[in-house]
Design a protein around this ligand. Structure first.
Ligand SMILES: NC(=O)c1ccc[n+]([C@@H]2O[C@H](COP(=O)([O-])OP(=O)(O)OC[C@H]3O[C@@H](n4cnc5c(N)ncnc54)[C@H](OP(=O)(O)O)[C@@H]3O)[C@@H](O)[C@H]2O)c1
Length: 291
């Protein structure tokens, strides 16, 4: 039985769907049911459900607002993961915890590997990095999956924002000097369900891995692909214009390069994410077809 925490976020919702589709037994708790910063509630949930694996899909993910809501970001991204890890450790239950490309500063010229030094640029990345450290300190049996540019059919994400804007704008101006790997929640859910049965007392698979969509692009490249795919359904084709980070100031700084090298994950678990562009086509067609 897998216990999914943060079950109403975009990844949590996808995990529930994927587990149900594959008849993998799971229990799922939203924030309203268990707040991961509440040690008593978290421990009781593990005691009642007795999962064989916990997946933490809960997090504070508002990158810009985090610069102001520092305490809330710390609670969701550092304290909560520490609480879950301690509860897992006391029951010898493995934990899969999700982290982010934003733990890096983006100055590396190539893709980031797991051993690269972290140097987060903002509160979100700093609190996520602290959450990783809290998980490592409390629970030996953990997998930390760092992923990036997450999108899917559920919740709020870049792909859905582009589809929304494309409905009534003739031009979209999108940042072209930040590069990363768009990753679908479907891929992350598949990756989690692929490694879940391999986690037991004897395995030496525990540790930190990068897992992201195959291939890399800029936000502009990502948006252009989404628009191309939706044009085939709606016929509308707004222009997608390149702008720079300097043209689009945000409260939080973002890494210019957050491309993740997922080859360690692929070698270790024999699983690779779909090509980001084909996956973006598929999700766009599904979503655009609905509207
Ligand atoms: N989104 C991205 O582009 C991205 C990129 C890299 C990594 N990640 C990581 O991927 C993971 C999943 O992110 P996501 O995109 O699915 O995020 P999301 O859609 O924002 O979902 C996060 C969920 O966690 C819940 N949550 C927040 N604080 C909680 C608490 N104290 N107790 C219980 N639940 C709580 C949220 O509830 P409320 O809505 O009520 O706050 C929300 O349902 C996170 O670890 C995130 O850091 C995301």
């Amino acid at each position: 039985m897998i216990l999914i925490l943060g079950a109403d976020g975009q990844l949590g919702l996808e995990l529930k769907r994927s587990a149900a589709q594959r008849a993998v037994p799971f229990a799922a708790l939203s924030r309203a049911e268990v707040d991961i910063t509440d040690a008593g509630a978290t421990s009781r949930a593990l005691g009642d459900i007795r999962p064989t694996l916990v997946v933490n899909a809960a997090a504070y993910t508002k990158v810009d607002l985090a610069e102001i809501e520092i305490d809330a970001a710390r609670r969701g991204n550092e304290i909560g993961p520490g609480v879950i890890a301690a509860a897992c450790a006391s029951r010898q239950t493995p934990l899969i915890h999700i982290s982010t490309d934003y733990v890096f500063d983006g100055k590396k010229p190539g893709p980031y590997v797991e051993s690269d030094a972290i140097a987060p640029l903002g509160v979100y990345g700093r609190t996520k990095a602290a959450g990783e450290a809290a998980v490592r300190a409390a629970a030996a049996r953990h997998i930390i999956l760092r992923t990036s540019w997450v999108y899917g059919e559920f919740g709020n994400n870049f792909l859905k924002a582009i589809l929304r804007l494309a409905q009534d704008r003739d031009e979209l101006q999108i940042v072209a000097d930040q590069h990363g790997c768009p990753t679908s929640t479907r891929d992350i859910a598949d990756a989690i369900l692929c490694i879940a049965p391999k986690l037991n007392d004897e395995t030496d698979l525990y540790g930190t891995y990068h897992f992201a969509g195959t291939g890399a692009t800029s936000w502009h490249g990502f948006a252009s692909r989404i628009i191309e795919a939706q044009t085939q359904i709606t016929g509308r084709h707004p222009r997608v214009t390149e702008i720079t980070t300097a043209d689009y100031p945000t409260v939080a700084r973002r890494p210019a390069n957050s491309v993740l090298d997922s080859s360690l994950f692929e070698r270790t678990f024999g699983f690779r994410a779909r090509d980001w562009s084909k996956e973006a086509d598929a999700i766009t067609k599904r979503l655009a077809g609905k509207s």
